[in-house]
Structures are given as structure tokens and as C-alpha cells.
Design a binder for this molecule. Structure first.
Ligand code: UDP
Length: 328
């Protein structure tokens, strides 16, 4: 007799994937993690390896995906996700969002699994409406540097809806807004690890542009709760999950300076091409359909995250070059 429900989580060794593995293990699932470790790090899941209800496969989901046995659920979280990453590995980013999703949708169909895919607020591009509701179609430059990620994710949504409509597959789509917490890579180039890393190394904080652009940061535990609820809901259109507490990057820098007690200041650099000017989720759908809203405020979440970064080995904190050290 089958005792546990079985879930495949792609991108399992990444920031979000590893937290999802933890949550599904905690809920009593048999978790099959998959990752090609291009941006993931096995240290994020090494505590799960001794468990009998956890398996791990080092595999690139852009290639045919084989999993033995039944699969009740698939969560597709494999993808480079920070601007630095997808600028360095644009083709892999496009492949995992296109070939990868095709493989996983095919797998879901053959196993009769429900599949949830990780989409992103990047599908809204540089939005002209704020906050962004799910009905907003976005303002994306397909051939700009961010296009490789934005269009891969948009294609991924379209492909997922097509499998839902034409094959009757049970699908869920989460649009994830900026999320932070322990296990983010200190050198992934995103603003939060960048600022905290700079503060810990005694460097000035690099604000891109004049710092008036906004973001809304969600703590990882809140995000995982929203994803968990969405998977078990019966809603197949995209749902925004994020924290609507919007802040300018300049104010955010001031918060990090205060939190870390650094004596350094903010310095201003060029704004990257197509950098969105504003971003804030409209979470009406998550509230009404999932009964979800974020619980962890930024002060609390930043404190936990900062402690995590401080606990990393000294040489990692000092390693400020945005190169990959996992696979080299
Ligand atoms: N940013 C910054 N300094 C940095 C890194 C990023 O000012 O060292 C800015 C970036 O230009 C953007 C915002 O912070 O406006 C968030 O960038 P991030 O890379 O974290 O993610 P995004 O939300 O743009 O995908």
C-alpha cells in the first residue's frame, strides 16, 4: 500500500526549492528533489539526505525527465532567477523555461500529477500600473537583457495553460514577487544580498540609478505558505504571491545601514537596462481565494536573513565576485 504522497520538486537545491523541500517533508510527503546545480547549492538540502522520504537527482530538466513510480504533484522551480544569473546564462534560462516545462508537463500528463509552476512578477516587465493585478498583461521588452527570463516565464505560463485547456491537466501558476530569506546566495547580485554583503565587508552600498525605483520584499516562509495553499486550491489561473509593503531602493539601503550598523554610505551607479521602476503585488486574489497574506514584516525578516549571512564562512562573505563557485 502506498503510504506517502509523492512530490517532485525541480530546482530543489536552490533558495526557494530547498525551502519547499523542507515544507513538504514536514507535511509527510515523499520528496524527490531534482537540480542540475548550475545555480543551486547542495548545502541547502544536505540535511535532508539522511531521510528515507527524500531522494535527489542531479539532472537538467531541459533534457528528458524520467522519474520511477507514481507522482502526485510536481513543483517546477528550476530556473536561474536573479538578473546576474540570467545575464550570464541566458540560453540555459530560455531552455529551462521552454524545453524544461515541456518535459515536466509531459511527465505530469503521463503520471496524472497536478503541476504547479513558478512564474514571476517579471511577466509584468516594467509595469505601467501599480500595484500589479493578475489581469495586467505587462510591459516587457522581448529583446532586452531581461527578455530571456521574462519571455521564458511568459512562455512557461502559456504552455502550462495550453496543457490545462487541451489535455485537462491540473495546473497551478504562482507569480512570485521579490522574496528573501536564509539560503539566498550572498553573491547572486540581487539587491538584498548585495547590500547586506557590502555592509558586512565594510564597503559602500551600490544603489543603481537614483534609488527611487520600488520593490516589495516577501519573507520566504510567507511565500512557501502561499504556494502550499495554491497547490491544494482548485484555482488554475495565475496568482500573485508577494508582500505589498512597497519601498524605494534608497529607503531599503537606509534600512540595511541601520540594521547592520555599518559606517559606510550609499553610492550611486548606472541603472541597468529595462530595470523596472516600480513593483508591488496586488494580492486580492491570494487573500480571497487562498485566505493568504504575508505575516512576517520586513524588520523581522531582515534580521533573520542578516543573521544567516553573518553565519556563513568568512571566505564566502568576502567572495564578492559574481561568479559561480558551486560547480567550479
Ligand atoms: N539594485 C541596486 N543595487 C544592487 C543591486 C540591485 O540598487 O547592488 C537595484 C536594481 O537596480 C533594482 C532593485 O535593486 O532596481 C532590485 O534588484 P534585484 O536584482 O534584487 O531584482 P529585480 O527586482 O530587479 O529582479
Amino acid at each position: 500500500m502506498k503510504s506517502r504522497k509523492r512530490v517532485l520538486i525541480t530546482g530543489a537545491a536552490g533558495f526557494l526549492g530547498s525551502h519547499l523541500c523542507d515544507r513538504f517533508i514536514k507535511e509527510g510527503f515523499h520528496v524527490i528533489g531534482m537540480d542540475n546545480l548550475i545555480t543551486g547549492d547542495l548545502r541547502n538540502i544536505e540535511h535532508l539526505f539522511p531521510l528515507e522520504n527524500f531522494e535527489f537527482y542531479n539532472h537538467d530538466v531541459s533534457k528528458f525527465v524520467y522519474v520511477a513510480g507514481d507522482l502526485d504533484y510536481i513543483l517546477h522551480f528550476a530556473s536561474p532567477a536573479s538578473p546576474i544569473d540570467y545575464l550570464r546564462i541566458p540560453i540555459q534560462t530560455l531552455k529551462v523555461g521552454s524545453l524544461g516545462i515541456h518535459n515536466l508537463l509531459g511527465l505530469a500528463r503521463s503520471k496524472k500529477s497536478r503541476i504547479l509552476i513558478a512564474s514571476t512578477s517579471e511577466v509584468y516587465g516594467d509595469p505601467t500600473v501599480n500595484p500589479q493585478p493578475e489581469e495586467y498583461w505587462g510591459n516587457v521588452n522581448p529583446v532586452g537583457p531581461r527578455g530571456v527570463y521574462d519571455e521564458a516565464k511568459r512562455f512557461q505560463e502559456a504552455m502550462t495553460m495550453a496543457y490545462h485547456t487541451f489535455h485537462g491537466l491540473e495546473t497551478r501558476i504562482v507569480r512570485i514577487f521579490n522574496t528573501y530569506g536564509p539560503r539566498m546566495r550572498l553573491n547572486d547580485g540581487r539587491v538584498l544580498p548585495a547590500f547586506i554583503g557590502q555592509a558586512l565587508r565594510g564597503e559602500d552600498l551600490t544603489v543603481f540609478g537614483d534609488g527611487s525605483q520600488t520593490r516589495s520584499f516577501c519573507y520566504v516562509d510567507d511565500l512557501v505558505e502561499g504556494i502550499y495553499r495554491l497547490l491544494f486550491s482548485d484555482y488554475s489561473l495565475p496568482v500573485n504571491i508577494g508582500n505589498p509593503d512597497e519601498i524605494t531602493i534608497r529607503e531599503f539601503g537606509e534600512e540595511i545601514i541601520k540594521l547592520t550598523g555599518t559606517k559606510q554610505k550609499m553610492v550611486y551607479k548606472d541603472l541597468p537596462t529595462d530595470d523596472p521602476k516600480q513593483r508591488r503585488p496586488d494580492i486580492t486574489k491570494a487573500r480571497t481565494i487562498l485566505g493568504w497574506e504575508p505575516k512576517v514584516n520586513r524588520a523581522e525578516g531582515l534580521k533573520i536573513t542578516c543573521e544567516y549571512f553573518k553565519s556563513l564562512p568568512e571566505k564566502e562573505i568576502k567572495h564578492k565576485d559574481f561568479t559561480y563557485y558551486n560547480n567550479k
